[in-house]
Write a protein that binds this ligand. Structure first.
Ligand SMILES: Cc1cc2nc3c(=O)[nH]c(=O)nc-3n(C[C@H](O)[C@H](O)[C@H](O)COP(=O)(O)OP(=O)(O)OC[C@H]3O[C@@H](n4cnc5c(N)ncnc54)[C@H](O)[C@@H]3O)c2cc1C
Length: 401
């Protein structure tokens, strides 16, 4: 016999699932979040090497959830400028905040997970069930969705929201397919100290065969950055087997002395690069959010930002609903989130294609793109606006517009 549950069930207590629960609580909707990991892991998430670049709009969503305020100053590094290089060409494309004091901010992912957990903890409308794996989903009933857990227990609710990662099993169980783009590449992440100061500037260097991004961690040190090295997966796996000295020597040689002498300041982390885009964001009494809806290639730093925009949109669409599973409201969310995310998803994949194509015409084309964008202020402003996602913030709905 299924339990009659809270109005909304959320599968997955990653940063998206927990922030969704907080946003719904602020809109007066109670939720239960079902999560496979333990409470201890959620409360104290381990460092995972990811430094998340947040846009102005992403930060505004976190502020509206009272989550941003939980970050200590040493967790927020300003990203004031970015410079893009093609191969060893000396010219570059330079971005600054375009009138704003910064392009965005960098926050370690484990801090974003921690503040999402704290936000859920202090809202009585959010219940959590940890060490609980969802194994099946049944959307055949008119008035509820049914979720089955590994131990045989079942829950039913008028709406189930899936935030169970880009490889979402519940997306498949809901009969929703997804575009999956395996880039055949992986990223290696590592904190590195360097001789020259970073001046709060990110460097994106598209070399032949690999990409090196340097993300400045100014809140901790003017000489500390996170290296994001993108390589074909076989080479990334080979490099993981190298010892620290061997790897550092390779990084030093390929960094073109842009940051001077380097020193490792943390362990290496490894992520295979697979982007996903769900064919639909909703099904009857079911919605996808976070990476389960759109899993981005990290090069344009949009993944969690898009997750936050989707959370804000869905909470706004469900606010005041007598039935949170109302199909018209879910369709409104799906339309809006698709309009926001599809151009960014396609644009990001086009950037990846252009900057990883090693054929001579592509190399020339990207040199041309960099030169053109540098000389055309309107194009640069457009890219800056895209990167920072500045513009009208639609959060008033969450705080009672
Ligand atoms: C290298 C890298 C760099 C990135 N850089 C940026 C950046 O600069 N800017 C940016 O905006 N984004 C960035 N991202 C993206 C960002 O990290 C993700 O968008 C975000 O972490 C996704 O959060 P999520 O909650 O959707 O999914 P996840 O964090 O994957 O959480 C999913 C949760 O669901 C749980 N779960 C899964 N299945 C089940 C089940 N069956 N039952 C119960 N629980 C389940 C899991 O245990 C997990 O806790 C980056 C990603 C990578 C890999």
């Amino acid at each position: 016999m299924a339990h009659l549950q809270d109005p909304v069930l959320i599968i997955g207590a990653g940063p998206a699932g927990l922030s969704m629960a907080a946003a719904l609580a602020d809109a007066g909707v109670a939720t239960t979040v079902l999560e496979a990991a333990s409470e201890a892991e959620l409360a104290n998430p381990p460092e995972d090497g990811r430094e998340i670049a947040l846009s102005h709009r992403g930060m505004a969503v976190l502020q509206s959830l009272q989550a941003w305020q939980d970050l200590p100053p040493e967790a927020i590094s300003p990203l004031r400028q970015a410079r893009v290089f093609n191969g060893s060409a000396s010219n570059s494309l330079h971005f600054d905040g375009g009138g704003a004091e910064r392009l965005g901010s960098l926050v370690p992912n484990h801090w974003l997970r921690r503040i999402a957990w704290q936000g859920a903890q202090r809202r009585p409308l959010v219940q959590l069930r940890t060490e609980t794996r969802v194994t099946a989903l049944d959307l055949s009933a008119q008035d509820h969705a049914l979720v089955s857990l590994a131990g045989g227990e079942q829950f039913r609710a008028p709406l189930v929201i899936a935030a169970d990662s880009r490889f979402s099993a519940s997306r498949r169980q809901a009969g929703i397919g997804a575009e999956m783009r395996d880039f055949g590449r992986s990223v290696l992440l590592c904190r590195i100290e360097h001789e020259k100061p970073h001046q709060d500037q990110a460097l994106e260097c598209f070399h032949h065969g690999h990409t090196m991004a340097w993300l400045p961690l100014g809140a901790e040190s003017p000489r500390l950055s996170s290296l994001v090295l993108t390589l074909p997966t076989d080479q990334a796996e080979a490099q993981l087997r190298w010892n620290d000295e061997q790897w550092l020597a390779w990084v030093q040689q390929h960094s073109k002395d842009r940051l001077g002498t380097l020193r490792l300041a943390g362990p290496r982390h490894h992520y295979p690069l697979v982007a996903t885009y769900a064919h639909r964001f909703v099904a009857p009494r079911f919605a996808l959010i976070g990476d389960a809806a759109v899993g981005m290639h990290p090069v344009t730093a949009h993944g969690y930002n898009l997750g936050l925009y989707g959370i804000e949109t869905l909470a706004r669409c469900l606010k005041g609903a007598a039935d949170p599973g109302d199909a018209t409201r879910l369709a409104r969310y799906a339309d809006e989130h698709r309009r926001t995310s599809w151009p960014i998803y396609q644009g990001t994949n086009a950037v990846v294609r252009l900057f990883t194509d090693e054929r001579p015409p592509a190399r020339l084309l990207r040199q041309g793109v960099i030169a053109l964008a540098e000389r055309l202020p309107p194009l640069k402003s457009l890219i800056t606006a895209q990167l920072t996602a500045r513009g009208p913030v639609t959060l008033a709905s969450l705080s009672g517009r």
